[in-house]
Design a protein around this ligand. Sequence first.
Ligand code: NAD
Ligand code: UD1
Length: 336
Amino acid sequence: MQILVTGGTGYIGSHACVELLRAGYEVVIADNLSNSSAAVLERIERIAGRAPVFYKLDVRDAEGLRLLLKRHPVKAAIHFAGVKAVAESVADPLKYYDNNVNGSLALFTAMRAAGVKHMVFSSSATVYGAQAVSPIGEQAVTAPVNPYGRTKLMIEEILRDLCIADPEFRAVALRYFNPVGAHASGLIGEAPQGTPNNLMPYICQVAAGKLPELQVFGKDYPTPDGTAVRDYIHVMDLAQGHLQALDYLERAPGFSAINLGTGRGTSVLEILQTFERVNQITIPHRMAARRPGDTAVTYADPRLAAELFGWHAALGLADMCRDAWRWQRQNPDAYA
Ligand code: NAD
Ligand code: UD1
């Protein structure tokens, strides 16, 4: 069975491609390489023992998509392609609405023309906004606070409408919490351009001596140790969730939005200490002011994914820290 994976050379997409290939799917990637490297393709093949088919293609390219879907009779699409930097989305909202919303519209239109009826979409916990009380269930109010989050919610709503208009069209939006870690081989992982914004890649670059110290944003949150709490989820657990969502689409009509998180909250200091312990390395750090826009506590209620398709996160914080550091250590310049 062939699956179209948009954004398949990116961080989460590359890990999902490995799992899809290992499960026996034929994988067709469409990625414009705007935030990834074609070098990942050989790594995917090395891990999975089989290569994905790759098209350097922007999902806004309607004609390119049409030709791709004509050549490859895919059963379903997993849609990772998109831009994802919150601050950049505030500074340049049109880039986000164009890339994410127009890109999704072009993809869904091409799928409709080709008769492809199953979609798994990369959404984000960011659709819940700042007021949501953790553990956050899928019925919580959606109120994204930045353009990036609004693109994710808009795309979810487009999918919801498509499922109503065409009873054969089915979609799952997976709302990821905080994906971290890397494949255990150390061959693929997260490759942020420039200085990372997110916690785990930042810690890795401090550990590697590329950055002098970690700033812990906020020490006076109403949490046990005063630092902010998030739901970190291993990227391989996340990848596995996509395969289970594909299976679920075989038996579930309509649209569903489903959290992928562990249900466990972890503070910044806890992750720092775990990283130091499992990797036997000291991370210079200092306490700093809160980062504007951050919430104190955000973690998932992951029960729906368990109920609907039997998904549970299997890997813990120690695995996340060990695998993230192995990837960083073995690839100091990522795919360069
Ligand atoms: P990533 O940047 O590593 O991967 C996205 C991929 O999409 C890249 O390879 C990029 O080149 C490609 N791409 C972007 N725009 C494209 C376009 N118009 N046409 C074709 N390809 C395009 O990001 P990621 O972390 O792997 O995230 C994957 C998806 O998951 C994104 O949609 C993101 O919004 C979502 N998500 C990520 C996180 C996270 O923390 N990483 C959290 C929640 C949701
Ligand atoms: C951020 C985005 C979210 C996106 C997610 C992708 C914001 C407000 N939210 O989530 O939309 O889906 O990334 O994974 O940008 N921290 C430090 N020092 C650092 C970096 C981070 O202390 O150098 C802290 C943060 O304050 C936060 C925690 O670590 O409490 C996690 O931060 P991060 O990895 O950036 O993820 P989120 O902010 O949860």
